[in-house]
Design a protein around this ligand. Structure first.
Ligand code: FAD
Length: 368
């Protein structure tokens, strides 16, 4: 058996960020089922950090993460647009941006169109620009964590899908299909959409995670137009978001969230069509051809808060799951909270000052 201090199951942003923190104080082994880290949700995000999503604790985690995220991000404005019937939602967003001290401006439709020239008049009666949002380099984030783990004598082992978990002589033992065994006193469950499945394997009560599929389409920008400075544009109500990918491509999503079993998610024709239709309804962009599309799973606990902390009745089994649609933008703060919980250290002071607590994230709140 290969023995470490801590085993982390899952080589996405959740597992790698907490493993990197823990590796400063412990020998950590990350077991990833796929042949490379970030194959599932973490390789499929649109890599943006902003305050226009999530509930209050998620926004607090975002606020606590922004400074660290800046190392792997570049400032890129977010434009929140509201049609006539969505002004109240935009007002709510403005309150949030004010509360977090964001550098934002409330603007009218003409100024919004100056920033995003493809907007149709009926799509935007009012808007808000957040000047401090970040476009993230998520690949660099993942690789930086891998480098830290390795520099601290830890390991990321791809191609190590765990199929069985036992507990013997004070150690959790994770077993691969070929019988290879990895043991450690502490096991961190960062298996994303599969986190409930991993808990069941270990005889731990699942928390009721719901993976939800989200679809992204990519299409060519108008001929000759450099769109790289167009803002990340998001409707205040249901609708879509749109953002540039380099100078000549645009990404869009209808913000679909279809419940799904854990799987290698693939885009469905209908979701692709809905995303394209919503963009065409609200903008003058003709989508002649979808260059590329993908889907990924965003996994939520029933109350849509992350699940961090030790499982009741299973000493050494820690959850780090349920990051939903904000796994990258909350990773710096959430990995600090998770690492402190694993090491038995006090809850981080800045997180407590922001009104967060380990109890709020603990699996116990979900009966697990
Ligand atoms: C379309 C889309 C857009 C998004 N955009 C953003 C965004 O702009 N900003 C943002 O912050 N977030 C965004 N997100 C959310 C973000 O991607 C997720 O919150 C985050 O990636 C979740 O990370 P994770 O490590 O928990 O999951 P994953 O990346 O899925 O990692 C879990 C890993 O566990 C492994 N695993 C599972 N079971 C086992 C096993 N038995 N043995 C070994 N390994 C196992 C899997 O192979 C997988 O690699 C987006 C998500 C999607 C789908």
């Amino acid at each position: 058996m290969y023995v470490s201090d801590v085993l982390v199951i899952g080589g996405g942003i959740a597992g790698l960020s907490v493993a990197a923190r823990l590796s400063a104080e412990a020998i950590v082994t990350v077991l990833e089922g796929e042949s490379a880290p970030g194959y599932h949700a973490s390789g499929r995000s649109v890599a943006f950090a902003h305050y226009g999503l999530g509930n209050e604790p998620v926004r607090n985690l975002t606020a606590l993460s922004m400074a660290e995220l800046a190392a792997h991000g570049s400032v890129h404005p977010a434009l929140h647009i509201a049609a006539e019937g969505e002004i109240a939602a935009l007002d709510g967003l403005e309150d949030i941006h004010r509360q977090y001290g964001c550098d934002y401006t409330r603007i009218g439709p003409d100024e919004a169109r100056a920033l995003m020239p493809a907007l149709k008049p009926e799509a935007c009666a009012a808007a808000l620009v957040d000047h401090g949002s970040l476009k993230l380099d998520t690949h660099a984030m993942l690789q930086a964590h891998v480098a830290t783990i390795r520099a601290n004598r830890g390991a990321l082992l791809p191609g190590e899908r765990v199929t069985l978990i036992g507990h013997e002589r004070g150690r959790w033992v994770a077993v691969r299909a070929d019988g290879t065994r990895h043991g450690a006193a502490v096991l961190v469950n960062a298996a994303g959409a599969w986190a409930d499945e991993v808990a069941r394997m270990a005889g731990v009560t699942p928390v009721g995670l719901e993976p939800r599929r989200r679809t992204v389409i990519s299409f060519a920008a108008p001929e000759g137009e450099d769109v790289s400075r167009w803002p990340f544009t998001k409707t205040a109500g249901e609708g879509f978001y749109l953002l540039p990918e380099g100078r000549s491509q645009l990404l869009a999503s209808s913000m679909d969230q279809t419940p799904s079993a854990p799987c290698d998610a693939a885009p469905e024709e209908l979701d692709i069509a809905i995303a394209a239709d919503r963009v065409e309804q609200a903008t003058t962009l003709p989508i002649r051809r979808i260059s590329h599309s993908w889907a990924g799973l965003r996994s939520f606990a029933p109350d849509e808060l992350p699940v961090i902390g030790e499982a009741a009745g299973a000493p050494g089994f820690f959850w780090c799951a349920g990051q939903g649609g904000a796994g990258f933008q909350t990773a710096p703060a959430l990995s600090r909270i998770a690492a402190a919980a694993v090491m038995g250290q006090p809850f981080p002071e800045d997180a407590a000052a922001a009104g967060l607590s380990l109890e709020a994230f603990s699996p116990a709140r979900l009966g697990a």
